[in-house]
Design a protein around this ligand. Structure first.
Ligand code: DGJ
Length: 737
């Protein structure tokens, strides 16, 4: 068991070979954080190690005036009793007071990990993979029990945390803030790495120095958003891809979130993360409970690549649930960029047949197959087939696609409704809308009120009919607007603060029901591309459409940034037409494929429209991907050179036994008479010989110490190419016969 408990000191030391996380009862009777970082001796007693008292003007927590809460490192700080930094939770009591104080009561240790009711969370495959520590605290006045859960995974430098609240009193309480974690850092010689952007340029990494004051990233859009991702890294200033200390925090949640850093006057800073408290208010009646989402906290002392690799392994093994877990993902052909909503059965079959000829495995019918969906003004909510376009329905089309030899996948956007739809005409009060106010539209559509179970039930029934009567093996679940006027109609005023969170719980419940009913379907989440790319979604949909921006050059940046917090197996990436629809940029079809293969891989164009010569290359690309997709999607990824820093970007994947690796180098602009450049490789066996593209042979130690020339192989390819080019190097361990 990886928890060392010292009962007399009330100290709990969670540890594995990589990390130690030590907490214990503090001088105020609450829970203090004693140490978090590289593994230390589990017998170390840390009581008093962090205890400090500032004065004057600090409000000491004990009579001896040796401890002030505002100088302490605290696990789950309360509001209003002398810790003037942001609290981890707040509870409004019937008398209007928000003051609470948690006192440690008891603990429990068990093997494995429990589910969090209604919420996505990491899990164990066997009880001995993890140990869970449960610390129960209590506020005597508000009569609220707060349980802090910690799960330490044996084979990962990872701890997960979440919190539950239970009202053990008679009065109704209002939870107005319930974050998932607080981590107090002793000093502030750190940087924050946030993943920011917007539609079409999601998850660009941005480093910000932690300085005194408050900094935060958040979403108040109702989804986790393309603007700021609910994954952040806190790293030492000198930490880079290959060395140094860093902590990654993934919130397993897809709605409004907050990640907040507060660096105060006494050194150090407080990191908190969880559901965004803005307009969150959760009533807790007698015996009622509330569970926060989970955070996955990953520690490394070996740089950002190591951090990401651990997150990748963890998500692939302990978060993703699907028959496709750890399996190569099907190579798909999606008709969206080829036809948008303008198609009929014949056109679709023609595209699918060509896909089959190229070697594609799955055809996906995107938006436009249902209701009166001929443009984006109508149809959402009417999940029955448009027989003008598809006379034999989805069932008939899916059979025909199967006869071609392809699996069939379908697009849905179940959270939305158009004003021009049968659903809205029948149930105008099923949309989120504030009384007597204009409804703000997004892409001409409104958001269904998923906080109401009857709405979720209704959509489930409609979808069930379509899915159960057709041959569907994949679903792309889209969400194309953020939430505005977040108000649930005909619901009491004091329940409105629940709506954002209940909404996302409704989304999770629909996902869960569909997964239980159709366990073999592969789900891909999407929100106008990568607007809801988060760990919560990955629990239901093991892959996510990474961005609507399919331009290869842009995709290097987007996928590179995404790889910090999410595995390659989750990154939906397709080859689309050139010139690109989002940027107008022209790029060779092999260069487009060389970036899409660092993802789930597929095509998003009509292959009937590429030249014969290009089509032959597409066939080769598919053959190549079929051979190597296991390596791309589940190999160890190393980011070698950032597209945000230089004209050339590079990354590589290495097989578990290190016998095979693929390196990709992408060059943005062509430069005449360019400087010679080498990119140092990673993760190879030092004394093994690698054959590169069946030509040159070098020892692993040389390739890692000196690198591979970007001008390799010898034909000096950079000089003969255009802008936005790429090269792929396959390294096979040479076996002497
Ligand atoms: C946005 C998605 O990101 C696209 O791939 C496509 O499915 C459209 N929506 C369809 O409306």
């Amino acid at each position: 068991m990886a928890v060392k408990i010292n009962d007399s000191e009330k100290q709990f030391h969670l540890y594995n070979s990589k990390l130690s996380y030590v907490i214990g009862e503090g001088p105020d009777g609450g829970i203090e954080q004693l140490y978090f970082g590289k593994r230390i001796n589990e017998n170390q007693i840390l009581k008093g190690y962090q205890t400090r008292c500032g004065r004057p003007l600090c409000c000491p927590a004990n009579e001896e005036e040796t401890y002030s809460k505002e100088l302490g490192l605290r696990e789950y700080p309360s509001f209003g009793t002398g810790d003037f930094r942001g609290a981890a939770y707040e509870i409004c009591q019937e008398n209007g007071s928000r003051v609470t104080e948690l006192v440690f009561k008891s603990y429990e240790v068990c093997s494995g990990k429990k589910k969090i009711p209604g919420l996505p969370a990491s899990y164990v495959n066997n009880e001995d993979e993890a140990t869970t520590l449960k610390l129960t605290c209590f506020d005597e006045v508000a009569k609220v029990e707060v349980v802090l859960y910690y799960t330490l995974f044996e084979n990962y430098p990872i701890i997960t945390r979440n919190v539950s609240f239970k009202n053990l009193g008679k009065e109704e309480l209002k939870l107005t803030k319930a974050l998932s974690c607080c981590i107090d850092f002793f000093d502030n010689e750190y940087d924050l790495v946030q993943f920011e952007g917007a539609w079409g340029r999601e998850r660009y990494p941005k480093i910000r120095a932690i300085e005194k004051g408050i900094m935060q990233v958040e979403s108040m859009r109702g989804h986790s958003s393309p603007n700021f991702n609910p994954f952040v890294i806190i790293k030492r200033k000198n930490t880079d891809e290959f060395q140094g200390e860093a902590i990654g925090i993934n919130l397993v949640y897809s709605g409004n979130f907050l990640a907040r850093i507060e660096a105060g006057s006494f050194g150090g800073f407080r990191f908190t993360m969880g559901i965004n408290p803005t307009w969150f208010q959760w009533p807790l009646g007698e015996n009622e409970e509330f569970y926060t989402p989970e955070v996955i906290i990953t520690y490394t002392n070996d740089g950002l690549n190591d951090l990401s690799q651990n997150i990748h392994r963890f998500m692939n093994n302990q978060l993703v649930r699907s028959p496709y877990k750890n399996k190569p993902r099907p190579i798909l052909l999606n008709n969206w960029e080829a036809t948008e909503m303008n198609f009929d059965e014949e056109k679709i079959l023609k595209i699918a047949r060509k896909g089959k000829e190229a070697g594609v495995e799955l055809f996906v019918l995107d938006d436009g197959w249902f209701g009166k969906r001929n443009n984006d003004y109508a149809g959402l909510g009417d999940w029955f087939v448009n027989t003008d376009k598809l006379p034999d329905g989805i069932s008939g089309l899916s059979k025909k696609i199967n006869e071609i030899g392809l699996d069939f996948g379908l697009w849905i956007e179940p959270e939305m409704v158009n004003e021009d739809s049968d659903l809205y005409r029948a149930h105008p009060d099923w949309v989120l809308a504030a009384p007597n106010r204009k409804k703000t539209l997004g892409r001409h559509q409104m958001v269904l009120d998923y906080s109401k179970p009857e709405v979720v039930d209704y959509i489930y029934d409609m979808l069930h009919k379509v899915i159960s009567t057709a041959s569907i093996s994949y679903i792309k679940w889209d969400m194309n607007r953020a939430i505005t006027e977040c108000y649930s109609q005909n619901v009491p005023a004091d329940r409105q603060g629940m709506v954002y969170h209940k909404y996302i719980m409704g989304v999770y419940s629909l996902y869960e029901r569909l997964i239980q009913e159709f366990p073999n379907i592969l789900f891909e989440s999407c929100a106008s591309g990568g607007g809801r790319f988060d760990a919560g979604m990955l629990y239901y949909a093991p892959q996510a459409w990474c961005s609507d921006d399919t331009d290869g050059h842009e995709r290097v940046k987007i996928q590179y940034g995404t790889s910090y917090g999410y595995p390659i197996s989750s990154i939906g990436a397709h080859v689309s037409a050139s010139p690109n629809q989002q940027t107008g940029r022209t790029m060779d079809i092999d260069d487009r494929a060389n970036i899409a293969c660092f993802g789930t891989f597929g095509y998003e164009l009509d292959l009937n429209e590429v030249s014969e010569e290009e089509f032959e290359r597409v066939k080769k690309q598919i053959e190549f991907m079929k051979k190597y997709r296991g390596l791309f999607q589940y190999g160890t990824l190393y980011r070698l050179q950032s597209p945000f820093e230089k004209n050339t970007a590079s990354w590589m994947v290495v097989s578990e036994d290190k016998s095979l690796a693929i390196v990709a180098i992408y060059r943005s602009l062509k430069t005449p008479n360019d400087e010679l450049e080498r990119i140092k490789l990673q993760g190879l066996t030092e004394n093994a010989i690698y054959e590169i593209n069946h030509k040159e042979m070098y020892y692993g130690d040389l390739l890692m110490a000196q690198g591979i020339g970007t001008m390799e192989p010898a034909e000096n390819w950079f000089e003969s190419d255009n802008d936005f080019t790429s090269r792929m190097f396959i390294l096979e361990q040479h076996v002497t016969k």
